[in-house]
Design a protein around this ligand. Sequence first.
Ligand SMILES: [Zn+2]
Ligand SMILES: [Zn+2]
Length: 977
Amino acid sequence: MESKFNPKQIEEKVLNFWSDRSIYKLSVQKNQKGPLFRFIDGPPYTTGAIHLGTAWNKVMKDTILRYKRLQGYNVRDQPGYDMHGLPIEVKVEEDLKIRTKKEIEERIGVDKFVEHCRKFALDNLWIMNKQFARLGVWMDWENPYMTIKDSYIEGAWWALKEAYGKGALYLGPGSVTWCARCSTALAKHELEYENVKDNSIFVKFALEGKKNEFVIIWTTTPWTLPANMGVAVNPDFMYSKLKVDNEFWYVAKDMAAALLGAMGRKFEIVENISGEKMHGWKYTHPFADEIELQKKLEKENKKAHTVLAVGDDVFPNFVTLQAGSGLVHTAPGAGPEDFIVGKHFGIPAVTLIDETGTFTKDAGKFAGLRAKKDDAKFVEHLKNKGMIVHEAVVEHEYPHCWRCKKPVVYRVTDQWYIGVTKLRSKMISENKKIKWTPDWAGDRWFHSWLENLQDWCISRQRYWGIPLPIWVCQKCRHTKLIGSREELGVKVKELHRPWIDNVVLKCEKCKSEMKRVPDVLDVWLDSGAAPWASLPFPEDGKKILDKWFPTDFIIEGKDQIRGWFNSLMSLSMVSHGKPSFKSVYMHGFVSDANGMKMSKSLGNIVSPDQVIEKHGSEAFRLYCIKGEAGEDLRFNWKDVEESYKALNILWNTAVFASYMDLSKFNPETYRLDKKKLNPEDKWILSRINSLNGKLTHAFETYNFHEIQGLLSTFIVEDVSRWYVKLLRNRTWVSVAGEDKLVAFKVLYEVLKRYLILASPVLPLLSEEIYQNLVRPFSNKLPESIHLSEWPKPDTSFVNEKLEEQMEIARKIVETSLTIREEAKVKLRWPLKHLSVEGEKVGAAVKTFEDVILEQANVKTVKAGAGKGNAKEFAYGKAILDTEITQDILGEALAREVMRAIQSLRKKNNFTVDEKITLTLSSSDEFSREALNKFRKEIVEKVGASKIEIHVQAGKEKFTDELDFEGKKVQIAFDRAK
Ligand SMILES: [Zn+2]
Ligand SMILES: [Zn+2]
């Protein structure tokens, strides 16, 4: 084995090995007859290179899939890609310098635009595939599911047809959130809320038939005032009629003082009146003169432009006392809540803007102005009319388009909906059967999402998406849903726009032409269909569906509550009548070390490539799983480095273990005699078997945090910093005999098992060590570590008492070392006696006496009282006799000399088994005596074939001089001939 740890080189080497030997395919073959593990990959958008969040997500998936494979499962590991939708259209628009939707049809052509989108999505898919594979992730990279394939589209069509057949798909008017830039409806899950500062205005509307009396309304969206149809009050609130100069204003009683105070206006309360009594008051529309349509509407509808009592029965919390005046401007055509209120009172919803957010000629004087953008112009207009009584800047959350980041507006249009509200209570009860990790993600988050579920608007007025499979007769309006290519009955190049748009069907009722509804689907519906659309279903029939549906396990981030989890649940419920997944692991977001979102503008983005370049992908893998379920990953380099160090320790331990190869010893054929085990051997065998059991449990419960902790602690603390340290004296090259073989055998078995246990997390590093340390000893072993079986713990080795005793022994040693340090006595100097007091220490001292003697470097240790320097520790008190006698001094000198020779050997690149001829000399008699006394031990430790101790210095080539407490010793040696 290479003694230096070079992760990047190792990782690339292993990736090549896997591909040369087709290891992934062998693993698939191995488990073909195994039990099924139905996993489905939540598809990332093919919008560009992967980021840390996607890398993290795939690493967690890979960790679980690898564990399941080791357990013999036939794992469904097809990766998926979300390749349609606005995210891609927006990128292509940027590339083609398209500014408006119109240009797509008129300048570029839909066919060319769609081809660009397809190329963009495919190019990115292959880049992302490679990036995921570089992380050591094993999925069926050659065969990803792509949402743009006809067979996939058919899966989504099938679901819509099922929904239609069950009455869960309908066309209806509704207030939809609209992106003016993208000219399309957006669903709730396509909105991003951002804190923005907006101008809010207080406007007075004149009451009709009451001289100088006004209702004061408040709004943060002045552009919606032209569409105003009513003013809402809460029937349960009291309102005050205020005398302000020579006018009378109506505002909520509890808000009057604060509001008028903010305006700096004096007022008197004339009377108080309940909101209920104000219902029906007529007011003059603020733009009655400017908008002809409003006058017409008023004539047609008695309730138009009146005060409306909106209680919680109509719409909960529509009128509150949180902000404003307690009177709410209501425009059913320009807001989803207003739409519901309007519907309740039978007031029409007028939308005065077109799909680009521009006011139409219906808006009279305002035709041509832009919604939201031109807010200031409406304010200006109202000011000129003297209607604004107060202005204030408010900071509030406002929804933005998830793709182009522009603030959204609202329109009322006819759209296609999936009626999930009717299924709400069934979904809530089905959700209770789903196993969520963490459980609050399901009990609280998803539960409350479902409680507030609204019908899902699925039609989008765009191009690059799954076309709506709905054909409508141009004459009799007969509607037909197409569930597959076969049902279409005509040949078409592909199912995308614009080709599908040319498919004209014949009406079954009146034989006229049926044309397709030109919309495409909300891209979230694409991924919602993944559990079956990724299969050859419906084309291969129900058998394949029964095999792989529903999904056993999915794993995604917390943003998917409103995203993928929602679309999976909704679409499956309306088509299959049951959820499409049985268990979910939910993780958080990746942020920077301070918890800030990584973004270009903040300049705090770290890419997976940067991490790999610096510490390798395995360090990232070990690091990124350290959080608890549902938690965010606050990326920080220091912790990645911690993981890197742990891997370095694993590597060094393996290098140390590989010395057994020098001894021409084969641990695979060596039979271990349990009777020959030292207590520390029994301890580490107990530990590895305990670890085995704990890890199995952690993997079964998707407890990544624990998996990471157990793996790191075991290799760093138990093996490297303790067991290997205890082995040093048993494994010197010069040491012969059975005990050394026992030590190597135990270390080998421990590492071999550890490597398999760690392989789901560290697939590349575990493979490399396995190939170097384990596989050479037997060709009966699997060709790759990933073709192994998940080991079962051998409970006959597990001894919790022994583990506790070792824990105590280790603490005793550590405490004695602290006492030494405080007394300034070097560890190399042996001390006479260590006493330990405490209830549980007796057994520990008895079992691990040798360990304590050696590691504390004392001649004797006893449980009980003693003299010397004392220090308390968790299990009692340690008392170390720190007196330095002449004997101790002599031994210390001999040990310093041995250490100096070892380091000189190392400095001059002596291999461990090279012998030397050695001369030690000193003019000091005490020193020579001490060296003579330890002659035999020196010879053994430093590998000397010949030793001389003189007054005169030796003539050998390699020399050093030691100064021990003022006494000088010369060292000289050569390679033995
Ligand atoms: Zn947009
Ligand atoms: Zn017809």
